[in-house]
Design a protein around this ligand. Structure first.
Ligand code: SF4
Length: 359
């Protein structure tokens, strides 16, 4: 594609963005600080929250975080448990832990200011290539372009790139780079315009080509098959893992919780004690050996299903009661009505709901 073509595409895109760009709380027009330039803290926070989560879900969380922790130093000073608690419902708690760790590094090693270069941003916890490019371009006008699934789809259609994304990615990256303005600080606007076009017009299904600023330039539209691009990668089969959760309750109503190890899935979150999650189904004998107490365990009818990105989980729940004055096993004993005060992941909330509805 020639420089002139790229220039014309960029001009049309930015004209569309000025009128149709989304009004989002982390963009200056609505930012609480009233700044005219995007606040790097807001850009970073929104980008971390948006990883694998929809904008409509993120806006409420974003407003809450910014009201509670108005800058990166305030977030760094917060207790990790408070942050994990506020994060509940956004999924992937590793992101919340990295968010807190990253705030600490920025507050302590960078004087509370996010670095401007993509390379320096990439050194921070939880910031990968996409987020570094997004923060650098949007907050600082760096000449770079974040390329996510939305932007890949738009460019694969615009240029009718054949083949699955695993093959066409390098060409898509080239087309993305061609759109970056070499003068001025407009790279952030181009990036945000691309994000908005992918989210609101060039949707995965049913793209609204009639309202698209690129419809006269778009190769996929010209051949009448926008949805044929990009070609889908074959879907990996999601394996099923099995686990047994132990709902151990004292006769005063308190239930045993424990903290998961810091590393790994749902790291550092609270949970009801459980076996490992493995591909083989647990036998009664195997599960009984891992129960947190010797008690008359009985199985709660039904199961709890949950889907993680790499596997589906099926949990069986065992329930038992013990005297309130029994001190072991170790853990945190919490009455059901106080669960909200703890960073319980969605999965464990499902378990609690299931016990209450099926017992
Ligand atoms: Fe996407 Fe249609 Fe626009 Fe092409 S014309 S970029 S397929 S919305």
């Amino acid at each position: 594609m020639s420089t002139t073509d790229s220039k014309a595409l960029r001009r049309k895109l930015l004209a569309w963005y000025r009128t149709h760009g989304r009004d989002l709380p982390w963009r200056p027009s609505r930012a609480a600080s009233g700044r005219t330039a995007p606040d790097p803290y807001h850009v970073w926070l929104s980008e971390i929250m948006l990883q694998q989560t929809m904008v409509s879900t993120v806006t409420g969380y974003f407003d809450h975080f910014v009201a509670r922790w108005p800058n990166v130093s305030a977030l760094a000073a917060a207790d990790l448990d408070e942050v994990l608690h506020a994060w509940q419902g956004l999924g992937y708690y590793a992101r919340a832990r990295n968010l807190h760790r990253c705030a600490g590094v920025v507050a302590n090693n960078h004087g509370g200011l996010f670095p401007e270069s993509e390379d320096a941003l990439r050194q921070l916890p939880g910031i990968g290539a996409y987020t570094a490019a997004a923060v650098a371009a949007i907050a600082y006008g760096a000449k770079t372009m974040p390329v996510d699934g939305n932007i890949e789809r738009v460019l694969a259609r615009l240029h009718a790139l054949n083949g699955p994304l695993s093959i066409t990615k390098p060409r898509i990256a080239e087309h993305a780079r061609a759109l970056i303005p070499m003068r001025g600080r407009g790279a952030g606007d181009v990036a945000q315009a691309m994000m908005d076009l992918g989210a609101t017009v060039c949707a995965p299904r049913g793209p609204r080509c009639e309202t698209c600023p690129w419809r006269r330039d778009c190769a996929a539209f010209a051949i009448g098959q926008p949805e044929a691009f990009p070609a889908k990668n074959p879907k990996p089969v999601r394996p099923i893992r099995h686990g047994v959760v132990f709902w151990l309750q004292r006769d005063n109503g308190a239930v045993l919780l424990r903290r998961r190890p810091e590393k790994g899935l749902l790291g550092g979150m609270m949970e009801f004690p459980s076996t490992d999650w493995r591909t083989a189904v647990w036998s009664r004998e195997q599960a009984r050996d891992l129960a947190p107490a010797l008690a008359s365990w009985r199985v709660v009818p039904g199961q709890v299903d949950h889907v993680f990105s790499h596997f589906a989980l099926r949990l069986t729940i065992w329930r038992a009661r013990i005297d309130a004055d029994v001190t072991s096993p170790a853990g945190t004993w919490v009455p059901v009505e106080r669960f909200d005060e703890f960073a319980l992941p969605t999965l464990m909330r499902k378990v609690a709901k299931h016990v209450q509805e099926n017992d």
